[in-house]
Design a protein around this ligand. Structure first.
Ligand code: NAD
Length: 423
């Protein structure tokens, strides 16, 4: 038996240990455990860029393909000063499980460039994107590896990368990556997809708990892409969203936050923040949205917010993880001891990657779906996936996180066995 991997990188080690734990509980064949604990391909590229002041900086770029057992690897490209190979590998592995659980024909990948995006001009970002794109060109493609935006990248970076690779190949390659702007091969509905999926999961959760959304209160941390649309979709379904937040603070109203007004507030703020919302939103500022008096909590801001210092003060009985990794292992234990039920991130926020799959499918066929069609398909898949994990967890007496991981690993393992061990 091959020795099991450990990593000094916390993110990678957590991903590996969660995988080993689930694999042991399932009794997964040790050969498959060895294969799936390693990534198929990890590449490190250098990206020389002539900066605006005439100097040259060489940035480090990465792309990891954890598994292509189910299909082309799928995962974002982030620009961040903490990006390294281990981080990309951990996130690529999580993408394998997320895509598997979502039931879409993708494996898992992740990439990024180590840089400080806040101190780069638009021109410098364009050069980084294009050179990174050229460097990873040999391993990306609509049937091999399909990147997407991630932290500090957007449709603009995707267009630069797609344009570069299309010109290198001498043909337009729109389906080579997703997250493109709607006016250029992007998809209606994609912007809201992750939040809509999180809310759909939350509403299914209420259904199995026999709760009427009209009687439910919720708090949502983060009012960016995921949090704002989660709050909006919950609200539209009748849920009273009593607290919202962003980096400027937490805002509470016992009678429910006016979500439409919150959208107006961020759209009229130069940095798209809720700053000053207590004045126009008829609500009060509170210390921390995570401790708000609400039955359901949707952490949709960032990782690690529910940890050994904060988890004990949570009042909610149910948590739906909209962000990636909002609960640390310590936080998980504390919440579990309190009897809090948690829907894990890679189930709850998979609406984003399911939406990316819809974009890819449209691009491959040269089709453009109406938004309603996109939203209905997304919600149907999310509801089905929630039920699948809920029933699996009930049948095997497991927590949702473990059940979701096991169901995801099982599909990849089954296909690996079918395809055989070759490359
Ligand atoms: P975003 O940058 O659009 O929004 C983040 C929000 O969180 C902002 O409102 C910001 O002010 C707030 N925030 C940041 N730190 C905070 C803190 N400490 N306390 C309170 N609020 C804070 O990002 P996003 O795209 O909404 O992503 C949020 C999370 O969801 C991330 O973990 C991301 O990895 C995950 N995610 C995003 C998508 C997607 O499609 N955007 C898909 C899957 C997972």
């Amino acid at each position: 038996m091959q020795a099991r991997r450990k990593s000094s990188n916390v993110l990678l080690d957590t991903a590996l240990q969660e995988f080993y734990g689930a694999a042991d509980e399932m009794g997964l064949d040790e050969k498959l455990v060895s294969i799936l604990s390693h990534s198929e391909r990890r590449i490190h590229v250098s990206i020389p860029v002539e900066m605006d002041d005439g100097s040259v900086n060489v940035f480090d770029g990465y792309r990891v393909q954890h598994s292509t057992a189910l299909g082309p690897s799928k995962g974002g490209i982030r620009f961040d000063s903490e990006v390294d190979m281990d981080e990309c590998e951990a996130l690529a592995m999580l993408m394998t499980w997320k895509c598997s659980l979502a039931g879409i024909p993708y494996g898992g990948g992740k990439g990024g460039v180590c840089c400080d995006p806040l101190n780069l001009s638009k021109k410098e970002k364009e050069k980084i994107s294009r050179t990174y794109g050229a460097r990873i060109e040999p391993i990306v493609g609509n049937w091999s590896d399909v990147p997407a935006p991630d932290m500090n990248t957007s449709g603009q970076e995707m267009v630069w990368i797609m344009d570069t690779i299309s010109k290198m190949r001498g043909k337009l390659e729109p389906s080579l990556l997703t997250g493109k702007p709607i006016k250029y091969w992007g998809s209606q509905g994609r912007n809201e997809a992750t939040g809509r999926g999180v809310a759909t999961c939350g509403l299914e959760f209420m259904k199995v708990l026999d709760k009427n959304p009209d009687d439910v209160t919720a708090a949502v941390q983060g009012f960016g892409n995921v949090g704002s649309y989660t709050a909006k979709c919950l609200n539209e379904a009748g849920v009273k969203v009593v607290a919202i937040s962003d980096i400027t603070g937490s805002y509470y109203s016992e009678n429910g936050i006016n979500i439409r007004r919150a959208f107006e507030a961020i759209h009229s703020h130069p940095k798209k923040l809720l700053e000053g919302f207590e004045k126009v939103g008829n609500c009060e500022k509170i210390d921390n949205v995570l401790f708000a008096d609400a039955e359901f909590l949707f952490p949709c801001a960032r990782d690690g917010v529910l940890n050994r210092d904060t988890a004990g003060s949570v009042k909610a009985k149910y948590i739906v993880e909209g962000a990636n990794g909002p609960i640390t292992p310590d936080g998980d234990k504390i919440l579990d001891d309190k009897g809090v039920l948690i829907i894990p991130d890679f189930l709850a926020n998979s609406g984003g990657v399911i939406g990316s799959y819809f974009e890819w499918a449209q691009n491959l066929q040269g089709e453009f779906w109406p938004e309603e069609e996109y939203n209905n398909k997304l919600m149907n898949i999310m509801k089905g996936n929630f039920r699948l994990v809920w029933d699996y967890a009930e049948a095997k007496h497991l927590k949702m996180r473990r059940a979701a991981t096991m169901a995801a690993i099982q599909r990849v393992a089954d296909v690996l066995e079918m395809r055989g061990i070759f490359l």
